[in-house]
Structures are given as structure tokens and as C-alpha cells.
Design a protein around this ligand. Structure first.
Ligand code: CA
Length: 228
């Protein structure tokens, strides 16, 4: 059975492009042009993935994210234009899985869908405990991080921050989510902690901390651990 995608996009050309690209990949595609139409479709039959445009005629879709999240773990990917950081952060914090910034290519879209489905698919299984990409290997259970085979010494906070990113490898994690999960709910405004600790982690992990290949900055939103 093919996976179904609900495309929520009011721009006719982008909607047609997404539909065509996803159908070629074997997805069963439905579409909606507004938040209210999307909500009706979701209530009627659940898709496996939702692609949600941020600029819709009747709202920014946060109600749709909340509606879906009340009952379901299916992935929601937000499609944004540049300069919509505040809106996309709100949707991510409300439970959206990831975002794509226009213009994006089909390979990038498919990769993000794959990552989101993988995370949701394993939500009930034991979480990922080993992350390996290029010269970096992180074993959460053994609390062992190696770069080119050499073990690193990390402080407990550095390790916890890295572990949080491993559990969402390939997906963006917002500043608020990182601060809440690593430091606690009362620290959500302390983004300078993140800059400090991310700098320390990059200095230890990245070959060139100024050009990180593992710990990626998502400007105005959060961080993403690169995944294969
Ligand atoms: Ca739009």
C-alpha cells in the first residue's frame, strides 16, 4: 500500500509541482488549499504525512498542527518562505517535525520525508542509540563519542546536548526544545547557553568548527545533527 501525503498549499504552481513529484515517487497525494479544508480532510481520513505551507489564506496552520497532535504522531513538515523564522519556530514548538525553505528541490523534500517517517516509525521502538556519520561515532548507551576512532572527553552537559540531537538526527530541533530538554523548562530564554555549548562541541567534534559538517545551525530556529 502506498503512503499518503496531504499537501496543504494555496499556491497552484507549487501545489502542482509537489503533487507531480510525490506521485512519481509512488505517494498517494491529496491536497488542500486552506487550513480549514486540510482539517476536514484529516478528520475524514488520516494521511501518513502532512506538508503544510506557512502562508495560507485562513491562518498559519498552528491549529492544524494542534489538531493532528491531539491524537496522532504522523509527520508534519512545514514549507516556509525565507524570513518566516518566528512562524516556523511556533509550528515546530507546537509539534511539527521539520521544515523546508522555498525554493527546495525534490531530493531534499524526499530526504526530509524519509527522516520524518523513520523517526515516527520508530517512536514506539527503543530509540536510536548509535549515530555514525563519516568520522563521527556516538554511542548513547556506552556514553562514548569518538572522532576518527579517538574517544572524546565531553562534559555531562555537552553529552546531554549531543544526545538530544542524536535522538532527532537529521531533523531540526528548536532552541526551545533543546533548552527545555537539556537544561529544563525554566531555561527556554537562555539561548546563549546553546551558543556556548554548541561552540564547545564543535571545537571537539568538527574538523573545521567554522565550517561544521555535523552540528548544523538553522538560523533563527535551532540546530540539526547531520544524518546519513
Ligand atoms: Ca502560500
Amino acid at each position: 500500500m502506498s503512503l499518503s501525503v496531504l499537501v496543504v498549499e494555496d499556491d497552484r504552481e507549487i501545489r502542482a509541482m509537489l503533487q507531480a513529484a510525490l506521485r512519481v515517487e509512488g505517494f498517494d497525494v491529496r491536497s488542500a488549499v486552506s487550513v480549514s479544508e486540510a482539517a476536514a480532510l484529516v478528520r475524514h481520513a488520516l494521511p501518513d504525512v502532512v506538508l503544510l505551507d506557512l502562508g495560507l489564506p485562513d491562518g498559519d496552520g498552528i491549529e492544524l498542527v494542534r489538531l493532528v497532535r491531539q491524537h496522532h504522531a504522523l509527520p508534519i513538515l512545514v514549507i516556509t518562505a525565507r524570513h518566516q523564522e518566528a512562524e516556523k519556530v511556533r509550528l515546530l514548538d507546537a509539534g511539527a517535525d521539520d521544515y523546508l525553505t522555498k525554493p527546495f528541490g525534490v531530493p531534499e523534500l524526499l530526504a526530509r520525508i524519509r527522516v520524518a517517517l523513520r523517526h515516527r516509525g520508530t517512536a514506539l521502538a527503543p530509540g536510536t542509540t548509535v549515530h555514525a556519520l563519516d568520522d563521527l561515532r556516538i554511542d548513547l548507551e556506552a556514553r562514548l563519542v569518538t572522532v576518527r576512532g579517538q574517544p572524546l572527553h565531553l562534559t555531562p552537559t555537552e553529552f546531554n546536548l549531543l544526545a538530544r540531537l542524536v535522538r532527532s538526527a537529521g531533523r531540526v530541533v528548536t532552541h526551545r526544545q533543546l533548552l527545555t530538554d537539556v537544561w529544563g523548562a525554566e531555561f527556554t530564554e537562555h539561548t546563549h547557553y546553546l551558543r556556548l555549548y554548541m561552540g564547545q562541541l564543535r571545537a571537539k567534534i568538527e574538523q573545521d568548527p567554522a565550517e561544521p559538517r555535523h552540528l548544523l545551525t538553522e538560523t533563527g530556529v535551532g540546530y540539526r545533527l547531520a544524518a546519513a
